[in-house]
Design a protein around this ligand. Sequence first.
Ligand code: FES
Length: 125
Amino acid sequence: MTAVMGACVTMLPRCAKTYPARVVAHAGEIPVGGFKVFTYPQDDRPCILLRPAEETYIAFSRLCTHNQCAVHYRAEENLLQCPCHQGGFSATDGRVLYGPPPKPLPNVVLERRGDDLVAMGMSAG
Ligand code: FES
């Protein structure tokens, strides 16, 4: 795995599968505490990029590991919540916090190239 930005390096303990690199955002485009929705690695795979601190970017699949509903970011609680059956995931590392999801949310492996944030692959979840 190539370099990942900031604290994200220690947040990717699971095996990752590489996919073609794709620029998903530009540094500074997302305010601290904000997020951006994008797709990766295919256009039907929704993901979410979070910027919890000035130099920290972390991204996850938005597809809940229970029944594939799209999760929503709740910054004030630092979690990603699934509206379908009230599953909750940590917005720090994707682990299941509560509800029926059987596995963590897959991480998107990110690399910073200048001002570009580039998706490089996905963890196994
Ligand atoms: S689909 Fe997300 S908790 Fe069921």
